[in-house]
Design a binder for this molecule. Structure first.
Ligand SMILES: C[S@@+](CC[C@H](N)C(=O)[O-])C[C@H]1O[C@@H](n2cnc3c(N)ncnc32)[C@H](O)[C@@H]1O
Length: 293
């Protein structure tokens, strides 16, 4: 059988199970099975596959039919132009989270370029780091930043450690296990977080890819979805740190409730929401500088 034939069969199978993007996913899985790039697959459509390769590819398609996400099958996810190892221990990085990195880098640049209080070296915390995607992307794109990355899940931190080694940032990204800011060793200039923000009652209504394959601890934000965001803001306040900015990802439609939480913890502070590419208010930047500096 040629690449073209096995691909067509796989696409039909994925389509018949209502899996979206069947074309793209089948090609990615064939590339993974044969260890070939997308270009090599495209160029080799008339090439023949041996039986062993056909079996491996069909095994991957069978896994996808159980709704296992492609990123878990291939153990790869691209985020901010970088390749991250992922598996069932961590949330698969989402493209909208790149906005947290973008704003963090802008913030780091404005602090180091500042004519009033320029800082050569910035300390950043990434709370709920998962596979380390935010922490590592920020560290690799800003030479004067060091990051503490925390997670309550030791399993997630094993994955983050692997990614820190792969990206050679073990000296600049320090991994700490614990509840939100509790394991932090010192106060930082910038806190970043993409915490679980889905209501507990909504998790079982999510697609099977998410509900059955991604860790519940990475999704569950409690009864209203905002339990961890609330707790983290309380911790920042309680630490009386010199933190000047907090950058938080939030869920679709949560901005009013998040605004109320911010105002309850930091009544005089300034904050601003930023939309993602779909126009959803996805990230909030809170400036707590004036109260705690
Ligand atoms: C939504 S995932 C985000 C993962 C990654 N930062 C990203 O943006 O793709 C949330 C992460 O927070 C971690 N987490 C959940 N509760 C936590 C807590 N109380 N303290 C620290 N981390 C927590 C989860 O283990 C998970 O890795």
């Amino acid at each position: 059988m040629t690449f073209g034939t096995v691909l067509r069969q796989a696409i039909d199978k994925l389509n018949s199970h209502e899996i979206e993007d069947a074309h793209i996913e089948a090609r990615v899985l064939l590339g993974h099975a044969l260890r070939l790039s997308a270009e090599e697959i495209y160029a080799g459509m008339e090439q023949n596959l041996n039986k062993e390769s056909v079996d491996i590819f069909q095994g991957l398609i069978e896994r996808r039919l159980t709704r296992e996400p492609v990123a878990h099958i291939t153990n790869h996810k691209e985020f901010y132009g970088l390749d991250f190892y992922v598996d069932r221990r961590v949330l698969i990085p989402r493209p909208e989270t790149e906005l947290v990195v973008e704003l963090a880098l802008r913030c780091a640049k404005s602090r180091t370029d500042s004519t009033v209080f320029p800082k050569n070296q910035l300390l950043v915390a990434d709370i709920g780091t998962g596979c380390g995607n935010i922490a590592i992307s920020v560290a690799l794109n800003s030479s004067n930043v060091n990051v503490y990355a925390t997670d309550i899940s030791s399993a997630a931190l094993e994955v983050a450690n692997l990614n820190c080694i792969n990206h050679k940032v073990t000296d600049r990204v320090i991994l700490l296990q614990g509840n939100l800011l509790e394991p932090m060793l010192e106060s930082v200039d910038l806190v970043l977080a993409n915490l679980p923000y889905i209501k507990s009652s909504e998790i079982n209504n999510l697609s099977s890819e998410i509900a059955y394959f991604e860790p519940r601890i990475a999704l569950d934000g409690g009864i209203k979805g905002l339990m961890l965001i609330d707790l983290m803001l309380k911790q920042v306040k309680g630490k009386q740190s010199h933190t000047s900015d907090i950058i938080l990802e939030i869920g679709a439609g949560q901005e009013q409730q998040v605004a109320a939480l911010i105002e309850s913890h930091f009544p005089t502070t300034r904050y601003e929401f930023f939309p993602d590419l779909s126009g959803i208010q996805r990230v909030v930047k809170i400036n707590v500088k004036n109260q705690y500096l």
